[in-house]
Design a protein around this ligand. Structure first.
Ligand SMILES: *Cc1c(COP(=O)(O)O)cnc(C)c1O
Length: 333
């Protein structure tokens, strides 16, 4: 329960598609991912020229920074937010400007105030990892009014398909306004294909062309391409995964409430849990009970752990182990 993977696994259709494709792995993949892009374009209602595929969205983050950020230029991001942004910026000798979250949520007003003449990129993980919080359509709209046209805003929507609120922003619509916006999505989370490494970015054609020049020609492999295509076609699996996640979150919230353990309500498939002591110690003890969670020291949240919503059985096991470690009376016995 440490890496926000889908506990239900991949769509069986994705597995079948890979089996079919196995005998042809002697061939190089389609560097342009013709079929996957075609279907994605229909799915997202954008042009094929508005899509870039990556070896996970992690790779696209790297490609964005390599393509657009020059030495000494700045990228604005939340703190804490997804760590990969900062690493990518550092590799390119850029500067990360960290803007503290407010109530565990991206503070878009403060992020807008942080823009200066050196600002090139702004990263917004929505929902944010590791907090699970989201910024709303209203907040994003007012924020975008403050962002200069030449600054590129990256909305990292790795958990998009888990969202059930109707005030989530439709960032792909900024395409129509010709804004410099890149929306990132992935097949690693709800689609259950993390091991295959495939994600995508959606942006204006000019931005996509620039990034395509920088990415490696065969950055997504052939099995990942066919699996992603099949997974897209199995929205039933997506729906089932979203519903299981909702039920799992409800269960975990109820149990944590009973135990008076605080947590940040999440729009994603993980929960940031306040353990009131060293999260690393708690994680280690959970490990001894057979459960892996993520301690949050790396994110400057030493008293927290991040728990991925698991199957019903995993969630129960987690609560039971947490009770044992915290010496609470286990209500499930
Ligand atoms: C998991 C995650 C990703 C990375 O996904 P990959 O497509 O597996 O590289 C990107 N952004 C955020 C915020 C994530 O949590």
């Amino acid at each position: 329960m440490a890496s926000n993977e889908n506990p239900l696994g991949p769509s069986p259709k994705a597995v079948e598609a890979m089996k079919q494709a196995l005998p042809e792995v002697n061939l190089y993949p389609d560097g342009n991912a013709y079929y996957l892009k075609k279907v994605l374009a229909i799915h997202l209602r954008v042009g094929e020229g508005n899509i870039i595929l990556g070896n996970g969205s992690d790779e696209i983050i790297r490609v964005i920074v390599e393509t657009f950020l020059n030495e000494g230029e700045e990228a604005i991001m939340g703190e804490p937010a997804f760590l990969i942004y900062r690493l990518a910026v550092k590799i390119m000798k850029g500067q990360s400007r960290l803007v503290p979250l407010k109530d565990f949520t991206h503070d878009l007003e403060a992020m807008a105030r942080a823009i200066n003449e050196r600002t090139k990129l702004i990263f917004i993980a929505n929902p944010n990892n590791p907090t699970g919080t989201m910024v709303t359509v209203e907040e994003v709209d007012s924020f975008m009014k403050e962002v200069p046209e030449d600054v590129i805003v990256i909305f990292d929507e790795a958990y998009y398909e888990y969202i059930e609120r109707d005030d989530f922003p439709r960032t792909i619509d900024y395409l129509k306004e010709n804004r410099n916006v890149i929306t990132l999505r992935t097949f690693s989370k709800i689609y259950g294909l993390a091991g295959l490494r495939i994600g995508y970015g959606v942006a204006g054609e000019e931005l996509i062309r620039g990034m395509n020049r920088v990415r490696q020609p065969f950055n997504t492999n052939s099995l990942a391409q066919v699996a992603a295509l099949a997974a897209l076609g199995d929205q039933g699996h997506v729906k089932k995964s979203r519903e299981a996640n909702r039920d799992g979150k409800t269960f975990l919230y109820e149990e944590l409430d009973k135990l008076k353990i605080s947590y940040v309500p999440s729009e994603a498939n993980f929960i940031l849990v306040g353990v009131n002591e060293d999260g690393k110690v708690i994680s280690h003890k959970l490990m001894q009970e057979g459960i892996i969670v993520r301690p949050m020291g790396m994110y400057n949240l030493p008293d927290f752990i991040r728990v991925t919503v698991g199957t019903e059985e995993q969630n129960k096991k987690f609560i039971k182990a947490l009770c044992k470690i915290k010496n609470f009376k286990n209500r499930q016995d």
